[in-house]
Design a binder for this molecule. Structure first.
Ligand code: DGJ
Length: 768
C-alpha cells in the first residue's frame, strides 16, 4: 500500500518503493510538509510535530508563535505572514487577496481520477496506484481547494494537482494557481534544467543555488525550445549515478513557471505550474478550475535513477496512444530532401527508392496542400495542391502501399497563413487584439483555439483528409510562439484566460482526433523540439526532437532530452549533409545513424541520389535497427558519458528481459590520443555472460578486445606488426557482466585502427 494514514496524529506517509513524502495536519488546520526523501518505513509521530519559530515572522493568530513564514506548507499563500513565492493568489469579492485555507477532510482511493480537460497520468485501477485527496476550505470567501496526490510506487513518483471550487456566493479571481510547491530544508542544492533554442533544444544547465529567486519559465504560449517544463533539485554531490535528485515535471504545453527561491533562512522553495504572468481566471459561484499536474520523482541513485523513473512512468501511465509500447516504423520523410520542391513523380520516386532500402513508412511533409510552394501561404487550406498532385494524394498513397510502405502526412493544424482562403473567410479566427497589428512569424498567425468553432473546424478539416485516405501516421507541426494573445470570443475581463484556454482547446482537439483515429500514429513537432513536453506526449507518443541533425549537436540534444523523456519519444533521423539543417559536420553516414539509433530511428533522404555503397550502408543500418529497436525504444536507458562536459558521449539500453544490451559511444571531436577509452557499462547482471555479437563491425581490426592489447593468439612481440589482427580476433568476444560494469569495455582510439568515431555494440546475454 502506498499511502499510510496515521488517523490519530493526522500524518500521511506517501510511500513509493524507495521514497517517502510526509504531510501532516497542524492543530491550527494547516497542511504541513514534513519530509520528502529516502523511504522512512516506520515513523515516530512526535518527531514530526514540532513547529519552528521564526524571529521576524508575524503570526496570523493573536499571541501565538505560529507563523506561516516559519513552516513548510503544502500549498502556501501570501499576505498573512509568509513572504515567499506563493502557490496561489485569489482576488476576493472585496478586492483583497488574503486567504486562509484550512484542512477539512481527506480521502484515499485506489486508482486515479481523470483531470477535467487536461492530459494526466492514469491508472488502470488495479495497478496499485492510490490517490489521496485533501479538502481545504477558506470560510471567509467560501473557497474550497482540493490537493490531490497519486502515488506510483514502482516509479518513485507522486502526481500532484489542485482543483479550486468557488463554493461561496461572490465572484473570485484566480491570479495564480500552481500545481505544486515543495519546501526543502537548507539550500545546499543545485538546480538543473533544460535550456535551449531553435536547433539547440534541451541543453543541460546546472547551477548552484544561493539566496534569491531563480525562475525557469516560458511566456511563449508553448513550452518552447528555450525552456522545458522540468527542473531538478540535486544534492551538491549528486551526479549521473549517485546522490539525491528531486525531479519536477509539469504535464502542460503552455506558459509555465518553475520558481526556485532561497530565503533569508537558507530554506529552498520550489514552486511549479502555469505561469501567473499574463494569467488570471474568473471563478463565478459554483465554478471550478483544475490545474495541470506536476510529477514529482525522487531518486537516491542520481540523475539516471530519476530519468529511469520518468521513462517508466511515462511509458506505463502517461502515453495514452495504442502505439505507446509498440515498436515504431522506420520512416523516410521527404522534408530535408526536397523541402517544398516536389511533384507527384518526385515523391513516387522517393517512395520507390525508400522501399528499395527497406523503409517501412513514407511521410509526405510540408507543401502538399493549398498553394503551398513556400512558407508564405496556405496554412489552413487542407486541400490537395493539384499542381503538384493532379490526381490527388490517392495515387501516391497507393504507390506507397504497393511498395509495402505505410503512408504518413504532415499538418500544421493550429496555424493560418494570412494568404489563405481560411484567413480571407475568417480573419477573426486567429489570436489577436483589437487595433493592434498581428505579429507574424514564418509568415503565419496562430488560430484562436480558445474558440470552440475554430477547434471544430480543425477537427473537421483534419478528419476529412484522414477519413478519405489510408493514412497511418500524422506529423503535427507547430512553428511559432503565441503573440497578441487575445480572443474575440472573451469579454475584456477574461482576456488573460486566453493562453490557458488555447492550451485547453488544443488538448480538446488532440483528444478528439486521436480518439477518432486510434490507428494513426501521431507525432508531435514544433520547429523541431519546441514543444517537447508531457502534455503533448500524452496524446502523441513521439516528437521530432530537433531540426538540427548535425551529429555532435544531435548527440547533446538527445542526451539532454533523455533526462526526462524515454528514447521511444525522441524521433531521430539521418539526413544528408546537403539538408538545410544538417550542420557542417562531415560525419559519416554510419556515425549519423549510430546517433539516430539512440532514438526512434528514420531518415530524411532522397536515397536515389546516394552512391550504391551508401545505399548498401543504409540497408545494413535498417536491418541493424530492426534487431535493436525494441531494446532502444523500451529498454532501461542509462547515460554513460556526458557530451556537455567531456569530449565523449555514451549511453546504453538494456532490454526489458535483460537479454540484449545496446551500447553507443563516440568521441565528439577527434583528438591525437592513442589511448583506448574504458567505458563502464550499467544495468547488466554482474554474474551473467554477454557476447558482443557485432564485434567485427564494432572493432573491425581486432582492437577493443577484452582488455587492451593483442588478443589471445596474436603474434608475439617482435613478430609481424601488431595491428591489425583480424584473423586473431574471436568472432564474438564474451565478457562477464561485472567485468563490463567495473572494469569497462575497452574502445580503441581511431589512431590505433579502431572505429570509435562512433560505436554501436550489441550484447547478447548468454547465461548466468
Ligand atoms: C518544421 C519541422 O521541424 C520540420 O521537420 C518540417 O516539418 C518543417 N517544419 C516543414 O515546414
Amino acid at each position: 500500500m502506498g499511502i499510510h494514514v496515521d488517523e490519530k496524529n493526522r500524518i500521511f506517509n506517501l510511500c513509493t518503493r524507495d521514497a517517502s513524502y510526509l504531510v501532516r495536519v497542524h492543530p491550527r488546520g494547516e497542511l504541513l510538509q514534513c519530509y520528502w526523501g529516502k523511504k522512512l518505513e516506520d515513523i515516530v509521530p512526535d518527531h514530526f510535530m514540532t513547529v519552528p519559530f521564526g524571529m521576524m515572522s508575524p503570526s496570523p493568530d493573536k499571541g501565538s508563535f505560529y507563523s506561516h513564514g516559519s513552516v513548510a506548507r503544502e500549498y502556501p499563500n501570501y499576505g498573512n505572514s509568509d513572504f515567499r513565492y506563493p502557490a496561489y493568489r485569489v482576488q476576493n469579492p472585496n478586492g483583497d487577496t488574503i486567504t486562509d485555507l484550512k484542512y477539512r477532510s481527506h480521502a484515499v482511493t485506489s486508482g486515479k481520477p481523470k483531470l477535467a480537460g487536461l492530459p494526466a497520468t492514469f491508472s488502470s485501477g488495479s495497478d496499485g496506484v492510490e490517490t489521496l485527496d485533501f479538502e481545504l476550505y477558506d470560510e471567509v470567501i467560501g473557497l474550497t481547494v482540493h490537493l490531490t496526490y497519486s502515488v506510483f510506487e514502482d516509479q518513485n513518483a507522486i502526481a500532484r494537482s489542485v482543483r479550486f471550487e468557488n463554493t461561496g456566493t461572490g465572484k473570485l479571481g484566480l491570479l495564480s494557481a500552481l500545481s505544486a510547491s515543495v519546501d526543502f530544508p537548507g539550500c545546499s542544492y543545485d538546480l538543473l534544467h533544460l535550456a535551449g533554442n531553435f536547433l539547440q533544444e534541451r541543453d543541460i544547465v546546472r547551477e548552484s543555488l544561493n539566496r534569491g529567486s531563480r525562475s525557469v519559465q516560458s511566456r511563449r504560449g508553448i513550452s518552447s525550445h528555450q525552456t522545458n517544463p522540468f527542473v531538478a533539485i540535486l544534492g551538491r554531490n549528486a551526479d549521473e549515478h549517485h546522490g539525491d535528485v528531486y525531479g519536477f515535471s509539469l504535464v502542460y504545453s503552455g506558459n509555465f513557471i518553475a520558481n526556485v527561491e532561497v530565503d533569508e533562512g537558507f530554506r529552498t522553495r520550489v514552486s511549479m505550474g502555469i505561469d501567473p504572468f499574463e494569467f488570471s481566471w474568473g471563478l463565478e459561484a459554483g465554478e471550478r478550475f483544475q490545474t495541470p499536474e506536476c510529477l514529482l520523482v525522487y531518486s537516491d541513485r542520481g540523475l539516471n535513477g530519476m530519468s529511469q523513473s520518468y521513462h517508466d512512468l511515462f511509458r506505463k501511465h502517461l502515453f495514452i496512444s495504442r502505439f505507446a509500447n509498440v515498436r515504431r516504423p522506420i520512416l523516410n520523410n521527404n522534408w530535408e530532401a526536397t523541402t517544398f520542391h516536389f511533384d507527384e513523380k518526385k515523391i513516387m520516386d522517393i517512395i520507390t527508392d525508400s522501399a528499395d532500402v527497406g523503409i517501412e513508412l513514407f511521410v509526405l511533409d510540408d507543401g502538399w496542400f493549398g498553394q503551398r510552394n513556400s512558407d508564405h501561404s496556405s496554412l489552413g487550406d487542407w486541400t490537395v495542391n493539384r499542381e503538384k498532385f493532379p490526381n490527388g494524394l490517392a495515387p501516391v498513397i497507393e504507390h506507397a502501399h504497393r511498395k509495402g510502405l505505410q503512408f504518413g502526412l504532415w499538418f500544421e493544424p493550429e496555424m493560418v497563413s494570412p494568404d489563405s482562403d481560411l484567413y480571407r473567410k475568417n480573419p477573426d479566427w486567429c489570436l489577436h487584439v483589437q487595433n493592434r497589428s498581428r505579429s507574424e512569424s514564418r509568415h503565419q498567425l496562430v488560430l484562436d483555439l480558445s474558440n470552440p468553432l475554430v477547434c471544430d473546424h480543425i477537427v473537421d478539416a483534419v478528419s476529412d483528409v484522414l477519413s478519405k485516405h489510408r493514412i497511418s501516421y500524422v506529423k503535427w507541426d507547430m512553428n511559432r510562439s503565441l503573440t497578441e494573445v487575445g480572443s474575440a470570443t472573451q469579454p475584456p475581463e477574461r482576456q488573460r484566460e486566453t493562453a490557458h484556454r488555447y492550451v485547453l482547446g488544443l488538448y480538446g482537439v488532440m483528444e478528439r482526433l486521436t480518439t477518432r483515429f486510434p490507428d494513426v500514429l501521431f507525432e508531435g513537432c514544433a520547429s523541431g523540439g519546441g514543444r517537447f513536453d508531457p502534455g503533448i506526449l500524452y496524446y502523441m507518443p513521439q516528437i521530432w526532437a530537433s531540426d538540427n541533425t548535425d551529429d555532435v549537436q544531435r548527440i547533446r540534444i538527445q542526451y539532454g532530452t533523455s533526462l526526462v523523456y524515454p528514447p521511444s519519444t525522441m524521433v531521430a533521423h539521418v539526413t544528408s549533409s546537403h539538408g538545410p539543417f544538417a550542420g557542417k559536420s562531415n560525419a559519416t553516414l554510419k556515425r549519423k545513424a549510430n546517433v539516430a539509433m539512440g532514438g526512434n530511428f528514420g531518415y530524411e533522404m532522397d536515397f536515389g541520389r546516394l552512391p550504391e555503397a551508401e545505399k548498401a550502408e543504409v540497408r545494413r543500418q535498417i536491418v541493424l535497427y530492426k534487431e535493436i529497436a525494441s531494446t532502444v525504444q523500451f529498454g532501461t536507458f542509462h547515460r554513460l558519458e556526458d557530451p556537455f562536459t567531456t569530449n565523449m558521449a555514451g549511453w546504453m539500453s538494456v532490454s526489458e528481459d535483460g537479454g540484449q544490451a545496446v551500447v553507443f559511444h563516440c568521441t565528439l571531436k577527434r583528438t591525437p590520443s592513442s589511448e583506448a577509452v574504458w567505458l563502464k557499462l550499467k544495468g547488466l547482471d554482474a554474474d551473467a555472460r554477454y557476447e558482443l555479437v557485432n564485434s567485427k563491425e564494432v572493432f573491425g581490426s581486432g582492437f577493443g578486445m577484452p582488455g587492451f592489447g593483442p588478443p589471445p593468439g596474436a603474434p608475439p612481440a617482435g613478430g609481424p606488426p601488431p595491428a591489425p589482427f583480424p584473423s586473431a580476433a574471436p568472432e564474438s568476444p564474451i565478457y562477464r557482466g561485472d567485468e563490463l560494469m567495473n572494469r569497462g569495455l575497452s574502445i580503441p582510439s581511431p589512431f590505433m585502427g579502431g572505429d570509435n568515431e562512433s560505436v554501436l555494440c550489441i550484447f547478447r546475454r548468454i547465461g548466468g
